[in-house]
Design a protein around this ligand. Structure first.
Ligand SMILES: *Cc1c(COP(=O)(O)O)cnc(C)c1O
Length: 370
């Protein structure tokens, strides 16, 4: 981790402490309120729960500290992506989406933007620069792509897309601010699902938009207030707590993933193992150049759907579940979600279990398969 990031991690848990008055609670209070005491007609204080909430403010301050950019919180990662689409696009615009990224970003464009006169193309992440960016209003990247873990050169995409007048948005969910910093690489807008590692306990959904462009932040904030796409106060409070341990959990998860990926690569029963940290992975050189860590997701391909299910369900330390980034390791056969991957494709999300215990459980489940 860079020195700047280490310093940000260290000060993160003291942000609130710096503002305390005598007698204030050290932890963040949860404010559940639809309405606030608001006499007179001046502004600048909380008035109504769709406009603002002190618990959102506290979690947004933490997110902004990590992203080194203003952040606006949303009730989910998809709500953050929708906020960008609906504030930045107008009829006649064309946008470019990753063909192999999180599928709902494409679903939203396909089923709702088309009706409003916005069209889209898709392109595989591994060859994202090929074909240029002429004619696009918005270019959306996800690197590493979820679930195949291909990578594109974020700085090069941002530069080429800007030269064509496009704005560039990156989904940084798989990496978190501790693993990769797309805004520093030149993208205009960052979106992330804090539902995953930032919250980290599979018990709340949340998302955020980050940008260093004040007009974009103002538009996204107005969209939230106007559309009513607002996070719940309790979810914001839970994310606030989760963020306090993100660096600790993320380090453990990435360290363990590096160990496991190397060992999985040796197993003959796996037809393919993808992890950007493996020296011979097609993503490795770019990953080294633009990522701070290689992440905690590993892609595996087993011979069949049955074998993949057997592996997941027969492993005592893998939770069969969708999503990722939680304290427990989990895995999912991705054709279940309609991803364009082989039937035996498994996305393994490494959790916080001690590495050797986790490896023993994974090895035992693979050994059973033959
Ligand atoms: C989960 C996820 C999302 C959507 O987040 P929700 O909180 O489920 O709406 C978006 N992008 C990526 C890469 C994700 O993994």
């Amino acid at each position: 981790m860079s020195e700047a990031l280490q310093s940000r991690a260290a000060t993160l848990v003291h942000l609130r402490g710096k503002t305390l008055k005598r007698g204030d609670s050290v932890p963040l209070p949860l404010t559940m309120a639809s309405t606030f005491h608001a006499p007179g007609d001046s502004t600048g204080f909380h008035q109504y729960g769709r406009f603002s909430n002190p618990t959102w403010d506290a979690v947004e301050e933490m997110l902004a500290h990590l992203e080194n950019a203003p952040c606006i919180g949303f009730p989910s990662g998809m709500a953050a992506i929708a906020a960008v689409y609906f504030t930045q696009l107008k009829a006649g615009d064309r946008i470019l989406l990753p063909a192999d990224g999180y599928p709902t970003g494409r679903g939203l464009a396909e089923r709702y933007l088309g009706k409003l006169g916005v069209s889209f193309d898709t392109r595989p992440t591994a060859t994202f620069l090929d074909g240029g960016f002429a004619g696009y209003r918005l270019v959306f990247i996800e690197s590493p792509s979820n679930p195949a873990l291909d990578i594109c050169d974020i700085a090069a995409v941002a530069k080429a897309a800007h030269a064509e007048g496009a704005i560039v948005m990156a989904d940084n969910t798989t990496m978190t601010p501790f693993g990769q910093r797309p805004l520093d690489l030149g993208v205009d807008i960052l979106v992330a699902a804090d539902t995953k590692a930032p919250n980290g306990h599979s018990d709340a959904l949340f998302g955020h938009v980050a940008s260093r462009d004040p007009d974009i932040i103002a538009a996204v904030k107005d969209w939230r207030q106007t559309s009513g796409s607002i996070p719940g106060a309790m979810d914001a409070w839970m994310l606030h707590r989760g963020l306090e341990t993100l660096e600790l959990r993320f380090e453990r998860m990435c360290n363990t993933a590096e160990v496991l990926a190397r060992r999985l690569k040796e197993r003959k029963i796996l037809q393919l193992v993808r992890y950007p940290g493996l020296e011979d992975d097609p993503s490795h050189n770019l990953a080294r150049a633009q990522m701070d860590r290689f992440g905690f997701l590993i892609s595996l391909v087993l011979a069949s759907e049955e074998q993949a299910e057997d592996f997941i369900n027969g492993c005592s330390l893998i939770q069969a579940a969708t999503s990722f980034g939680s304290v427990h390791s989990s895995a999912e056969r991705r054709t279940r979600r309609g991803d364009a991957v082989p039937p035996g494709f498994v996305r393994l999300a490494v959790g916080c279990e001690p590495a050797e215990e986790l490896w023993a459980a994974i090895k035992a489940s693979l050994d059973r398969l033959g």
